[in-house]
Design a binder for this molecule. Sequence first.
Ligand code: IFM
Length: 470
Amino acid sequence: MALQSSGSPSTPGGAPAPATVLRFPSGFLWGAATSAFQIEGNTHADGRGESIWDRFCRLPGRVAGGGTGEPACDHYRRWREDVALMARLGLGAYRFSVAWPRIFPNGGAPLNQKGLDFYRRLVAALREHGIVPMITLYHWDLPQALQERGGWAARDTALRFAEYAALLFDRLGNEVPLWATINEPMLITYAGYAGRTKAPGVGRPWQTLAVAHHLLLAHGLAVRAFRQIVSQRADDRLAPGIGIVLNLRPCHPASPHPRDARAARLLDTLTHRLFLEPLFRGQYPEAALRFFRRRCVSLPAAPGDMAIIAEPTDFLGINVYVRVLAKSDLIMGAKQVPGPGPKTAMGWEIYPPCIGEALALAREYTSLPLYLTENGAAFTDRPGPGGTIDDQERIAYLRAHLAEAHRAIAAGIDLRGYFVWSLLDNFEWEDGYGPRFGLIHVDYATQARQPRASAHWYAGVIAQHGVPME
Ligand code: IFM
């Protein structure tokens, strides 16, 4: 395996130690990620329809500071500048999402050509700069018109998603090698439908299994469409491929008490295996079904659905930020408590081994190539003298997590790429514009972009295809 460390920490004669560099396998993709609603702004431009996030942001008290999808990063107008910034970083790949309501403003035909043209131009510009585009088809911005008809609790939404996906495969399948169907179905299910913290924020726990099932069905139907439309077309840099993106948060018991060990297993089942098992084994975990049966939550699976959901894919994307500690809870069986370590501005514990643990969890289910499709951190840094932003905490975070990725590859995990979340500061959902995850600082008032020290550091990582470990 083409994986090495170079340099030496020794300092003969007191000279500064050359950094040890953790070199990554050739072909490893260095990327950054964003999503449409979080950066595009211009929510009324060129015929875009309303999404569930536009509606959710207008509900009083749901988003910190009353934040909305405006102005975000005004990326819909400033995309050329943003692609130029990516090129200056030397990015090998860029993961972004398409806003379904720009393509089909009401969820289904007719096509809004202007919306599609925006993504065509973006993809063309990325390719001109040698940046591999990875498109996420669904990063949470469902057309509101489909929510009016039940949203993800309705089976029809999965069918509409397959049509939307097919349109994009047909129009962009030749140019885009990597496709992700659904981003983080777990959060959509629990925070958007069972809970109220993300759009649509309906708080209907009885819809939990219907939503999870329809998201997975939508994924499987899109994979089938992809095989019909794209599979035979070769790309110049990468074979075309499709997969889903799951967020994995390794679950640890909060104490040695067996009750907390059971709670950790339950949390792991409900948040991870409820999705991994149908995708890779064609069935739902019995423990999850038992849990939901006791709560009268039904699963609306039709004959043939499980085969669609388990349709073979080409890779699995995983988003990894944190581990969670589980404590037994009388009503829910398990609840999450924060870990003891230092935290990011999101209050998430900084625990780099979460990378190796999440990759190992994925590996329990599949030997497909894996991508770390998101990893990164929000910190409260401010521009310093001369306008520089010296975000050493973010650099330390990225370095430690990349070192864990390197360790996992050395142990035999087939990890093909890493995408920093995020390229730009952006709209952080219910937390509004407070948390800043960007390699690049965005002044929302002026829309000025300012690469942080971490952006320069990451450019160095990309340039040497390895992580300096000073
Ligand atoms: O900003 C989000 C992203 O949209 C999905 N994954 C987690 C990120 C940080 O919270």
